[in-house]
Design a binder for this molecule. Structure first.
Ligand SMILES: Nc1ncnc2c1ncn2[C@@H]1O[C@H](COP(=O)(O)OP(=O)(O)OP(=O)(O)O)[C@@H](O)[C@H]1O
Length: 243
């Protein structure tokens, strides 16, 4: 498969702080690949994601996205921890918001919104206000909005950390179902090792100060994976050891 993301020699400093968050970091991603990035609190996971999203500029190094220019979609989009739905817009309007600026007719935009709401299983709730949605539904709204721009790379920053354990499991399964259908490249940030192994093709461990990749573990377990299985637990132990 073709490479979609190539990070080389990446370093990031906040402001005048002389100590970089991470330094000389290299990472490649194949198109369609699901990568989870794990690491302790404050190690630099969100900073890395923000650099890849174009929301922060690295001090050194390069981030190359190998995608074709297309003014009907965006190269990447982000799902944040809190869903970030605008409270003054109904769900449908929140999802449509990201389509501003794309070269689509009004009908094409409406079709896109319908398509991603269906994918996120929110089509029945399209006319609700955000405050009329559950935490899990808000997160799925955030995912639908990110998918509406048909990103080549979907970036997810701890998207399920604010919901209860049961909802989290449902959201994980729904995300996998969406991924199976769209086969999009996903970079998923989490501090939860088992979540990372349950979801991803590869788990990348960030560790140290400045941080770098301590382990890049391919997860060969066939899907659907079983939470709590011995294989999964053994991998979780290896990854915990690298943290
Ligand atoms: N705006 C900022 N100014 C200065 N330092 C910052 C800023 N934002 C984050 N940092 C520092 O950069 C480091 C990396 O932060 P980052 O948010 O990327 O970590 P993280 O791995 O995502 O952590 P967590 O899992 O707790 O969200 C931390 O030490 C943090 O204190």
């Amino acid at each position: 498969m073709a490479s979609i993301l190539n990070i080389e020699g990446l370093s990031y400093h906040y402001g005048n702080n002389p100590d970089p968050v991470f330094a000389n970091l290299d990472l490649r991603m194949e198109d369609g690949e699901f990568i989870a990035v794990v690491g302790g609190s404050g190690v630099g996971k969100s900073t890395l994601l923000r650099c890849v999203a174009g929301l922060a500029s690295a001090s050194h190094g390069s981030i190359e996205l190998q995608v074709e220019e297309d003014d009907t979609r965006r190269s990447r989009s982000v799902v944040f921890q809190d869903g970030r739905l605008m409270p003054w817009r109904r769900l449908r309007s929140n999802v449509a918001y990201g389509l501003k600026g794309l070269k689509l007719t009004a009908e094409e935009k409406a079709n896109r919104v319908d398509e991603v709401l269906k994918l996120a299983r929110l089509d029945q709730l399209a006319d609700r206000w955000p405050h009329q949605l559950s935490g899990g539904q808000v997160q799925r709204g955030g995912i639908a909005r990110a998918l509406a721009v048909k990103p080549h790379l979907l970036l997810m920053d701890e998207p399920f950390s604010a919901v209860d354990a049961i909802t989290r499991q449902h959201l994980q399964d729904q995300l996998l179902a969406i991924w199976e259908q769209t086969r999009k490249a996903v970079m998923f940030i989490t501090h939860d090792i088992e979540e990372a192994i349950y979801l991803a093709d590869r788990v990348v461990v960030l560790s140290g100060s400045p941080a770098n990749i301590a382990l890049d573990q391919r997860i060969e377990l066939p899907r659907p994976r079983r939470r709590g299985s011995d294989d999964l637990q053994a991998l979780a132990q290896d990854i915990a050891n690298a943290l």
